[in-house]
Write a protein that binds this ligand. Structure first.
Ligand code: FAD
Length: 294
């Protein structure tokens, strides 16, 4: 991991693309899995604290002074926007440098960007949220929002899968979260591919939960996010259940730089993940996903 003096560099008032960069101070860092951490932060400027808003599923471009900028989903409650969370897995240059941060350090935040999860469209019917691994991070804000407006949905189902208990995000709060969600009338299903003796929930990949849930596809909107292989099988499972494909929504990850439909790094066929997504209706991208998976 490279050594960087994170305090020595000034944050630019604006990115090269002209969208303002706000400065946020890291307040708390929670280790979620061996390589994934959640960074809770607040904006330094009181005006930013009072005015910043995001919708579930949107992302921020996080700028680490002197290192670079990366797209990361906002993983906290949209109705408490003064204190935001980002859950970050170390995969390379910038994400590795995040691991050097301590409470009190500062990062640049540009955003929010992107098309959010369509909670409004899902109202009146059942909502099924399916998350795999790190895919729970961009769905977490949608779960908070749906719980806050529980009365707007008939059934609310949250299905979460991870490789093993040690790879389950938000593990420290999971039992409490699970009880709280059930108390609020949320059906929760948690599973890991390979369990250990302490794991109290299901074992098996997330799609093994589908038969237990007994959804009524005609009435249900599904939000799906996870690693490519999980998405592949989850979407196949939903197709087999005869889900109308215009009621299934997915969040896509692509390399992204400008976040304002200019640089082309996140282009996905004719679409830009930063502006047309990251959330897409499945029937809009099904062909592109098949091509990508070849
Ligand atoms: C809309 C969106 C939301 C995201 N949300 C989160 C999140 O909540 N938490 C999180 O940990 N990560 C998230 N990511 C992924 C994150 O942006 C990348 O992991 C990060 O940009 C990698 O930067 P790096 O400098 O650490 O790695 P690099 O050194 O740039 O790259 C390391 C390796 O990862 C590959 N790579 C880089 N970015 C991506 C990507 N987006 N998809 C697939 N491969 C990639 C590179 O090609 C390279 O092989 C999101 C990405 C997008 C587009």
């Amino acid at each position: 991991m490279m050594a960087v003096d994170l305090r020595s560099l000034e944050v630019p008032p604006e990115s090269a693309e002209g969208t303002p960069t706000r400065v946020a101070t890291i307040r708390r860092i929670v280790q979620e899995t061996p390589d994934t951490f959640t960074y809770w932060m607040t904006f330094r400027d009181p005006v930013d604290r009072a005015t910043y808003r995001f919708a579930p599923g949107q992302l921020n471009m996080l700028y680490l002074f002197g290192v670079g900028e990366i797209p990361i989903s906002v993983a906290s409650d949209p109705e408490l926007p003064a204190r935001i969370a980002h859950t970050i897995r170390s995969t390379g240059r910038v994400t590795d440098a995040f691991r050097l941060l301590k409470p009190g350090d500062q990062v640049g935040v540009r955003g929010p960007f992107g098309r959010p999860w369509p909670l409004r469209e899902a109202r009146g019917g059942d909502l099924m949220i399916v998350a795999g691994g790190l895919g729970l991070a961009p769905l977490r804000s949608a779960i908070y929002q749906a719980i806050r407006h529980r009365g707007q949905f008939r059934r609310l189902m949250v299905l979460v899968g991870a490789r093993g208990p040690e790879h389950m995000l938000y593990r420290q709060e999971l039992d409490m979260w699970n009880q709280w969600m059930q108390f609020r009338g949320v059906e929760t299903y948690l599973t890991v591919d390979v369990a250990d003796d302490q794991w109290p929930y299901d074992e098996g990949v997330v799609t093994t939960l589908f038969p237990k849930v007994r959804v009524d596809p005609e009435w249900t909107t599904a939000f799906v996010c996870g690693p490519e292989i999980m998405m592949h099988f989850a979407l196949r499972g939903l197709r087999d259940m005869e889900f109308p494909m215009d009621q299934v929504w997915v969040s896509m990850e692509r390399n992204m730089q400008c976040a304002i439909r200019v640089c082309g790094h996140c282009q996905f066929g004719p679409k830009f993940v930063c502006a047309d997504g990251p959330v897409f209706r499945y029937d809009e991208v099904a062909d592109l996903m098949e091509v990508h998976e070849l």
